[in-house]
Design a protein around this ligand. Structure first.
Ligand SMILES: CCCCCCC/C=C/C(=O)SCCNC(=O)CCNC(=O)[C@H](O)C(C)(C)COP(=O)(O)OP(=O)(O)OC[C@H]1O[C@@H](n2cnc3c(N)ncnc32)[C@H](O)[C@@H]1OP(=O)(O)O
Length: 719
């Protein structure tokens, strides 16, 4: 867990050895304590260097240990003892120094950093605070404003920024450990008192209260309802107003308020869920660690609409040559200008040069014959997509992978019109595709494991969080969206307003309420899907009661909104009104209010007061209920996958963990009871009927999310 060596006859070199990130598990803390004691007591040792094995200093406390009882030496006294020792200690930082790892570096008397290393205190992203003295030492070292920013955001910084801020003593391109040993030898004769950060006086700005107030407001605006950043601010205040001995106690008290909170559990769950999602597995036994992806050097995108443009940018900026295809000259030229602009802005922001030389724009599919992979991003129309896939089959070399960016159409039906169904897979990007991190990789029944591995690995290369899902209408994300949207519109019928529903969801923590999100996405998309699926239009049986379709409750209000040409932000009107087409400032629209009143009086609906609790329960429990069905159907392999999709694609608050984790946190029994209650009140809404899996899990004593898989005995996995 830590290796101890004597080097250069007088330097104790302590190497943390806990792969993959040298996390400070109880065993590592124990080994550090023992090694330090040895070093401080050995008269041969004049100085100490601490480094990490495999080019990684330390990824912080072992997050997996947070769930169990605390064992091993506590971190604060261990770190205090290192700082207080009479022999100079130098941290040799390579790779990462994060969280407790950074706090370990802060108690060392000197810090030598490799130029590629990243440092930071990301505890806030895990729902806790840097409680190993980080909130007390960092402000003393770099001042309140800079420390506040780093601690409340959890941002990682580069070695260069750390040097500029005064956190580290030297940045090197050489081996940081070797340099640190030389540095330590030179430090032997020097006094240590000024190097003990906890002994420094915190440089305090004259307007401390105003500063803290401004940061508090900013944090509340950005992360509504999230506890950890507010606790961080209070801890930093203690660093400014108290001696270290008292400040460290305050830090510990504040940590105690967070450590076992639901938010901390949810955020830590998200950390692991995100990593679990990359570990896809198929019933055939093919999985992430036994399926080799193909190397993708060139790709083609068909269609330069909003999605296509974002996909081109995502590919080109990671060095893949892209041929972009449009059907008309004017569309091609517009698309080209927009892609170039996006890439130039992106490159400027990242301080690199735009990879425009990788792009080619064409009107001819014939130009695609040699590419490694094609992503079709044409209009959401099955007949059109089939024509494109047939054509691609003819022009592309037999080994080219054919992918579709459909947001819900049958990937296998597209595979069926090609000469290579095993090389067809869905790559469902989210808009704007160069910004949104989620990628649903839709595995058709005939997609080969190599094809899936390639799509997953390409997603990772583009910086996406890729989740493998099965093929069904809407896949995972959009399939679950339907009951969520339905509940929101039923609540409108019953007396709520779009503003009220959005506010309840945004107070819950969603980045955007359901109606603001729909306005952003465009209301015409769903309208077209409803027409195509026979819910509206000439196919509807005239004898059908007006608020029922296909034997269940149906709310026609969204169709009425679209009939007025209100398609959302792009038309300047939707569920809200905007200053102009494309505007983003949503204001309540009296015309929508009138429409709702007329609608209710036409159907004799007596509006009632609807509580925020009912809004949250009906929308979110219906969402999770569909998630349970998706697990039963084998469309998602694990609840973690569903949660990751909702966190990265649909703005579900991270501190809620995602719909499935949220359901488990509320208590499955409670979710079941509320769904039964609402289904009784609305028997014509099948989505409110509790799913068999939910009932089964409750009957099994509501196991934690990580154990649900053991209870899913699906015979027909679609993955
Ligand atoms: C017990 C009470 C103590 C109170 C002390 C309070 C003060 C200290 C608190 C902390 O230190 S909290 C932890 C702060 N550190 C972090 O948040 C860092 C988290 N890790 C990362 O950001 C990344 O993993 C990385 C270090 C930047 C490396 O990224 P990379 O992409 O290279 O690898 P990953 O796939 O992310 O991770 C590999 C592997 O390692 C697991 N892991 C990473 N960090 C930790 C950790 N701190 N604890 C436990 N496990 C960790 C990660 O889950 C991966 O494993 P698998 O999930 O794939 O099995």
């Amino acid at each position: 867990m830590a290796r101890y060596e004597l080097v250069k006859r007088s330097v104790a070199l302590i190497t943390l050895t806990n792969p993959p990130v040298n996390a400070l598990s109880s065993a590592v803390r124990h080994a550090i304590a023992k090694s330090m004691e040895h070093a401080l007591n050995d008269p041969k040792v004049k100085a100490v260097v601490i480094c990490g094995e495999n080019g990684r200093f330390c990824g912080g406390a072992d997050i997996r240990e947070f769930a169990g009882p605390l064992r091993g030496p506590p971190l604060v006294p261990l770190l205090d003892a290192i700082e207080a020792g009479e022999k100079p200690v130098v941290a040799a930082i390579e790779g990462v120094a994060l969280g407790g790892g950074f706090e370990l570096a802060l108690v060392c008397h000197y810090r030598i950093v490799h130029f590629k290393a990243r440092l930071g205190l990301p505890e806030v992203t895990l729902g806790i605070l840097p409680a190993a003295g980080g909130t007390q030492r960092l402000p003393r070292l770099i001042g309140i404003p800079a420390a506040l920013e780093l601690i409340t955001t959890g941002r990682h910084i580069s070695a260069q920024e750390a040097l500029k801020l005064g956190i580290v003593d030297q940045v090197t391109e050489q081996n940081a450990c070797e340099l640190a040993v030389e540095f330590a030898l030179r430090a032997v004769a020097k006094p240590l008192s000024s190097r003990r950060v906890s002994m420094l006086t915190t440089p305090c700005p004259p307007d401390l209260d105003a500063l803290l107030e401004a940061v508090t407001m900013q944090v509340k605006r950005k992360a509504r309802g999230v506890m950890a950043p507010l606790a961080c601010i209070q801890a930093v205040r203690a660093a400014a107003t108290m001696p270290y001995s008292k400040g460290i106690k305050r830090e510990s008290e504040l940590m105690a308020t967070l450590f076992n909170s639901g938010q901390a559990r949810a955020l830590q769950y998200c950390f692991f869920a995100q990593r679990t999602a990359g570990k896809w597995t198929l019933p055939s036994g093919a999985q992430w660690n036994n399926s080799k992806p193909r190397e993708i050097r060139s790709a083609a995108i068909i269609g330069l609409g909003t999605m296509g443009r974002g996909i081109v940018v995502s590919l080109a900026r990671v060095g893949i040559s892209v041929i972009a295809v449009e059907s008309e000259k004017k569309l091609l030229e517009t698309g080209k200008q927009m892609v170039i602009g996006m890439l130039e802005r992106d490159a400027k922001r990242r301080g690199v040069s735009a990879s425009l030389n990788l792009l080619k724009f064409t009107l001819s599919l014939q130009d695609l014959k040699d590419v490694d992979l094609v992503i079709e991003a044409v209009f959401e129309d099955m007949a059109l997509k089939k024509r494109v896939f047939q054509e691609l089959s003819k022009v592309c070399r037999p080994a080219t992978l054919l992918c579709t960016n459909t947001s819900g159409l049958d990937v296998d039906a597209l595979a069926g019109v090609t000469d290579r169904p095993h090389l067809v897979v869905g790559m469902h990007f989210f808009s704007p595709a160069h910004v949104m991190k989620l990628l649903e990789v839709v595995c058709g029944p005939r997609s080969s494991s190599e094809t899936i591995a390639t799509a997953m690995s390409l997603g990772k290369r583009m910086g996406k969080v890729s989740v493998a899902v099965g093929n069904c209408p809407g896949f995972v994300g959009n399939r679950m969206l339907k009951p969520y949207l339905d509940q929101a519109t039923f609540l409108l019928e019953e007396g709520a307003t779009p503003e009220q529903i959005d506010k309840a969801l945004e107070d819950f923590g969603f980045a955007m309420g359901v109606f603001r999100m729909s306005d952003l996405a465009g209301l015409d998309v769903g309208w077209r899907v409803r027409k195509e699926s026979g819910l509206i239009g000439p196919d509807v049986d005239p004898k059908n009661p007006p608020r029922r379709r296909q034997g269940r409750r149906y709310c026609p209000i969204p169709d009425m909104v679209c009939e007025q040409g209100r398609f959302g932000q792009k038309t300047g009107r939707g569920w809200y009104m905007y200053d102009k087409p494309g505007g983003t400032n949503a204001k309540p629209d009296p015309l929508i209010q009138n429409l709702l009143e007329m609608y209710r009086s036409r159907y004799g609906i007596q509006p009632r007061n609807i509580s925020d609790q009912e809004i949250i329960e009906r929308c979110l429990f219906a969402l999770a209920n569909e998630g349970f069905r998706i697990l039963e159907d084998g469309i998602a392999a694990r609840p973690e996958d569903i949660d990751v999709i909702y966190l990265f694609g649909y703005g579900f608050p991270r501190h809620g963990g995602g719909p499935m984790f949220y359901a488990s946190m509320v208590g499955l029994e409670r979710v079941l009871e509320r769904l039964e209650h609402y289904h009784q009140a609305h028997p014509d809404v099948p989505h409110l009927e509790p799913s068999p899996l939910l009932k089964k899990l409750v009957a099994c004593g509501s196991p934690p999310v990580q154990k649900w898989r053991e209870h899913i005995k699906t015979m027909h996995s679609h993955l």
